[in-house]
Design a protein around this ligand. Sequence first.
Ligand code: FUB
Length: 503
Amino acid sequence: MSRELTVPGNPILADGDYYSTDPAPFVADGQLWILAGRDEAASDVNDFIMPEWQLLKTADPASGKWTHYPSIIKPENVFAWAEQARAYAGQIVEGPADGSGKRRYYLYAPVLEKNSDAEDRFAIGVAVADSPLGPWRDAHPAGPIISQKVPEANKIQNIDPTVMIDEDGRVYIYWGTFGQLRGMELERDMITPKGPERTITGLTGFFEAPWIMKRKGTYYMLYAGNKAGPTSDCTPAVYHACIAYGTAPAPMGPWTYRGVALKPVSSTTSHPGAVVFNGQWYLAYHTADAKDGGHFRRSVALDKLEWDDSVSPARILTVIPTLRPQPPLAPSRNIARSAWATASNDPVPVQFWIKALNNGVVKEAPLPPDMWGSWSPDNPPRQWIEYRWDKPVTINGSRIWFWNDQPAGAGVGVAPPAKWHLEYWSKQGWKAVPGASAYGTQSDSFQDVSFRKVTTRCLRAVLDASTDGKTHAALAVQEWEVLVPAAAPIAVRSDGAAPEACR
Ligand code: FUB
């Protein structure tokens, strides 16, 4: 079954019917194909529920015309030794011609082994077919070619394979996650490990999702990187990933970190695949930008990847992600999105993300970077979060969404505040907003506060931490809105220099 689509931009599949993830582009029959996994998690489930792989195909990415093959391969149908539902990031590679001149396609597939006593049962199988559309059969029915047991004993999670046939015909596979990257040569049959398994180093912040490619004699490795921190070129929050890359003069290195190819996207995971098609390089990746999308409901996007050949090795220019035309934001009383956020615990611990405060997103099952938070081993009794605007704003209300994993009155973990209030910057300094209604402390719903109009450039929510009388809990906020008296078109602040502090 297939369906023809004409899409106005990214994500390619955007209506939430089929989520598509972990893109692996390749060229076959003069067309650009993308192998993708499929996320099927419910909106409140934080898990990779991925039953099958699907394919997308286009003759011209600029045309927006795609053919979608929704269900091409299920792990349990191809690999007798595999379990269902964990069709993680695979790659299809066209193999060399055999004696009769026939070329076949090889799928490198991370799946769960059914009957294994390995600590981690993820393993990489290889399937083969005469066409990307199949039928696919197990190329190594004896079992996976890589696991914690074969070809060598390892202790890593064996997922995210990426394979390259070098110009001399030698074949290399790389794989890994959680900061562990392995590389190994395969025999020219595309299947048999030649070994040895090598630990690849030098790729700063490597987290997972390697993608190997070669251009003008240089080996490039794209990968999801999570070197996090307030001054990191990759990501401010550790759960988010940028797509970083490094280069090497030979397949097994030495590898040198070179920079960022794509900044963090809307999903916590980021997964690259790059390909040259009709002379143009493209980067495929996934985001949470489809309808009702999320960290476990991701969707594939494709954008041009450009090179700077004035340096050696050529540099990848940071890819500018594009989105299909979006409807204008509805007029709103909330002007938080035009503010710059800061907090008393700046720099915010790397598991949280200060920009989550005013990104307009509230999630049913948020992860730490979906919120500002203050957890530390020794929490102080008070924290504040602050918005600054470029120009004074006149406001008369606020809505805040607290998050907790401990009940009110707890002295550990993250609890709702014991109490809190709003302060604005006036000529006399910080002052409580006048005539405030009750300050609710419930979590997981907006707590509305109205007050008499004030005109200011800075507003703070001052949060008194929950305590059991001995220690204090931390605080967390998913979203904080600030309201003007009447709904107006929304301005969203772009990244840039912070407005001056109020003093
Ligand atoms: O899709 C499951 C996992 O999420 C992949 O294997 C990783 O690369 C990340 O995208």
